[in-house]
Design a protein around this ligand. Structure first.
Ligand SMILES: Nc1ncnc2c1ncn2[C@@H]1O[C@H](COP(=O)(O)OP(=O)(O)OP(=O)(O)O)[C@@H](O)[C@H]1O
Ligand SMILES: O=P(O)(O)OC[C@H]1O[C@H](OP(=O)(O)OP(=O)(O)O)[C@H](O)[C@@H]1O
Ligand SMILES: [Mg+2]
Length: 390
């Protein structure tokens, strides 16, 4: 580590800012009873909010990083295209939501600014909400599964050496060689969640250090024993001879829509915009992976055809199949010979559904994409209202 200080009994180690003093631009956590020491280095506390009077609603979106493009793509798929006048500008708008301002910010700042009242809504990873929200009562998850940015925060250790036979967090906590003089050195970007988790798991004599990236290189470099970092495919861990330990998942994460409860309750327009965004997101995400299958089938009447369709396990659709008569002109008379069956089926069971439709006499299949599935009311909206006491 680049530096090690001892301020009021706290071991402070920084791998990124050797001149760190812990007085001006850092937050220092008090030592926990079981001697886990923590430092947040280079993590500048946000300025106090000036709380400018405003009537527009503000949505924070990631200004950089992997979440940025996927967030914009998701919103575009919901017809909420973000119009950014120029790439270096930090504000934008969504033409369909006129009373809304978009602010591009770093994900952690989105969470901080929601708490300060400078933003009302934001899209970030759940890991970021948990780390920088620190259980704040003011933050509420409006949509918990935006289906991108899937990863987990995990404890990982070297595959070889002293950790060769350590495969679980319990085994890690039972290692006897760590002492106050030579603690287990953990490097993490998650200086709130990491120590909290390790303490809950009963680890003692732990020294936490922090760094911004490439944490997987620290054990091999000899500057840390353990890392607590995000894992998605597991490739980075594997390539660096590290392994996750059983029971060592701190949290599962994906992108979420998060809001300030205070804004939802007090700021005009926030609840309405949140409702519209939630409905669009849910309808879009619900439609993803579903397709509409339309097929013609001979039959004596609609009920008889419906009976045949419902006898097949993959053909029940969202609320049962739609069966409609197909009219044709036969010898000058309008007659019904065929019925059109429309069913929404999961994309992954398309072929099975077609086989089942054929087995009961279906022919001429049309398959179309579904853009939205709007339910009568979204359960998430109900849940949000009850969390707000409405
Ligand atoms: N490997 C990953 N796979 C999927 N999602 C991830 C992965 N790593 C991080 N995420 C998610 O994306 C969010 C943003 O990641 P991150 O902040 O690392 O972006 P970045 O593009 O790497 O920028 P930075 O340089 O600040 O690290 C994380 O908070 C997490 O929710
Ligand atoms: O399990 P994997 O699919 O290999 O992904 C995990 C890696 O992804 C993230 O790093 P990122 O790519 O964001 O680089 P960074 O460390 O520079 O932020 C994370 O910090 C891991 O290092
Ligand atoms: Mg990263």
């Amino acid at each position: 580590m680049a530096a090690s200080f001892d301020l009021t009994g706290i071991i402070i180690q920084s791998s990124t800012s050797p001149l760190f003093t812990g007085t001006h631009n850092t937050k220092i956590k008090r030592p926990s009873p079981n001697a886990i020491s923590t430092v947040i280095a280079g993590d500048v506390a946000p300025p106090e909010s000036a709380q400018v009077e405003r009537s527009v609603v503000r949505l924070g979106l990631p200004s950089k990083g992997r979440m940025s493009d996927e967030t914009l793509n998701l919103l575009k798929s919901c017809q909420l295209t973000v119009r950014k006048p120029n790439p270096r500008q930090y504000t934008a708008d969504i033409p369909l939501l006129p009373n809304l301002e978009v602010w591009f910010q770093r994900p952690k700042d989105i969470v901080r600014k929601l708490q300060l009242g400078d933003l009302d809504l934001g899209i970030v990873g759940y890991d970021t909400v948990s780390e920088y929200g620190q259980g704040s009562d003011d933050l509420v998850i409006v949509h918990d599964a935006l289906e991108f940015g899937a990863c987990r925060l995990s404890v990982a250790i070297p595959k070889e050496g002293i950790f060769k036979n350590i495969n679980s967090i319990d085994e890690l906590s039972r290692m006897t060689q760590w002492t106050a003089e030579r603690p287990l050195r953990v490097v993490t970007g998650f200086t709130y969640l990491g120590p909290k988790f390790l303490k809950e798991k009963g680890l003692q004599h732990v020294a936490i250090t922090t760094a911004d990236g490439a944490l997987e290189s620290y054990p091999a470099m000899g500057t840390a024993d353990v890392i607590v970092d995000l894992v998605s495919s597991g490739t980075t861990l594997r390539e660096n001879n590290l392994k996750e330990v059983e029971g060592g998942t701190v949290l599962q994460s994906q992108a979420v829509l998060v809001a300030s409860k205070r804004s939802l309750s007090n700021r005009e327009g926030v609840l309405e915009i949140t409702h519209e965004m939630l409905e669009r997101l849910e309808a879009h995400l619900r439609a993803t992976g579903e397709i509409m299958v339309t097929e013609n089938m001979r039959g004596n009447n609609a009920e008889e055809v419906a009976h045949r369709v419902l006898s097949q396990t993959s053909l029940s659709g969202l609320q049962g199949p739609t069966v409609s008569p197909v009219y044709c002109l036969c010898d000058g008379k309008v007659e019904v010979d065929y019925y059109a069956i429309s069913i929404v089926v999961p994309q992954k069971s398309l072929y099975k559904s077609i086989q089942q439709l054929r087995s009961i006499g279906g022919s001429g299949v049309l398959v179309s994409k579904i853009t939205y599935i709007f339910d009568e009311e979204t359960p998430r909206w109900r849940k949000l209202l009850s969390q707000l006491g409405i």
